[in-house]
Design a protein around this ligand. Structure first.
Ligand code: GTP
Ligand code: MG
Length: 272
């Protein structure tokens, strides 16, 4: 964001009544940004666990229980399956009616309920907004940094929603967090890191979701290494041997498209 856009962004945020904090349901803890948390302090907010179609449903249920126990409102949502949209729309119309009532009592003119969608890159903020609207009003895409500046969109029923660019406080010293953020594509890794990160991914899958790898045609009991992926896919390097870089890119791409099956990258138990 440019400096102008940043000042615009904070001005916009000041007048907002309600925040939808959008995280990735596959890692709702890691994909929560401390920067977003600071910005929304003191404001009414709802945590949207988006992309539940890609997450392990049992783990999603645990996360909802986890956040609820902490006194937060958490809603599982999928732009793809449309799960959760009924609940979101209900909340919006109730809040808009409440606002109207309060303004009326104060003798003030009615105005739109102002809602902002906030979160780290690529969690599906713009897609969430488009789904609420029922049409593609703002740009979305499977890479970080698609939304460049804040943008208001008017919704039916006296509601306006502010789409915002992905925010992130880079706390990237934790390797597990980096691997989760790369998997969900909040960040793109450096070329030299992808092999190492994909090895972490394979290790994680071996431990928690061994069936994910059979989904890719890797047989059970096979040593599940980058090399075995390259072998099955016949990714050969021009220097001879296997092309591990290509295997690494492939395994991440497959995971992102849900080809490994529904996977959650962290559970509340991992926090202990
Ligand atoms: N499977 C699945 N994919 C989704 C869902 N919601 C969004 N996506 C995909 O996730 C990618 C990112 O979506 P965007 O809406 O552009 O995400 P964003 O948070 O606005 O991203 P930035 O503006 O770059 O920060 C797109 O490829 C969407 O199609 C969902 O519920 N399920
Ligand atoms: Mg966006």
């Amino acid at each position: 964001m440019s400096i102008m856009e940043k000042s615009d962004f904070f001005k916009n945020l000041k007048v907002v009544d309600l925040i939808f904090e959008v995280v990735d349901a596959r890692c709702p803890y890691t994909s929560r940004s401390t920067q977003v948390q600071t910005l929304i302090r003191g404001k009414e907010s709802i945590l949207i666990l988006n992309k539940v179609d890609l997450a392990d449903p049992l783990v999603t249920r645990k996360w909802v229980e986890f956040f609820t126990a902490r006194g937060e409102e958490a809603l599982p949502v999928s732009t793809f399956s449309r799960e959760g949209y009924g609940a979101v729309k209900k909340i919006l119309s109730l809040k808009a009616a409440d606002l109207n009532k309060v303004l009326k009592e104060k003798g003030r003119r009615n105005r739109d309920l102002r809602v902002a969608v906030l979160g780290i890159p690529n969690t599906g903020k713009s897609s969430f907004l488009n789904s609420l609207l029922g049409k593609r009003a703002v740009k979305s895409g499977d890479r970080p940094g698609v939304t460049r500046g804040p943008q208001w969109v008017h919704l039916r029923g006296r509601i306006s929603v502010l789409d915002t660019p992905g925010l992130m406080f880079p706390q990237l010293e934790d390797e597990d967090a980096v691997f989760r953020l790369v998997f969900t594509r909040a960040i793109d890794p450096d070329q030299q890191d992808i092999i190492h990160l994909s090895e972490k991914l394979l290790q994680f899958l071996n431990e928690r979701y061994p069936s994910a790898l059979t989904n890719l045609g890797l047989s059970k009991g096979q040593p599940l290494t980058l090399e075995s992926v390259a072998k099955v896919k016949n990714f050969l390097s021009s220097q001879g041997g296997y092309d591990l870089q290509r295997a690494a890119v492939f395994i991440f791409a497959a995971g992102r498209k849900g080809k490994l099956g529904p996977i959650s990258l962290e559970t509340p138990d991992d926090l202990q």
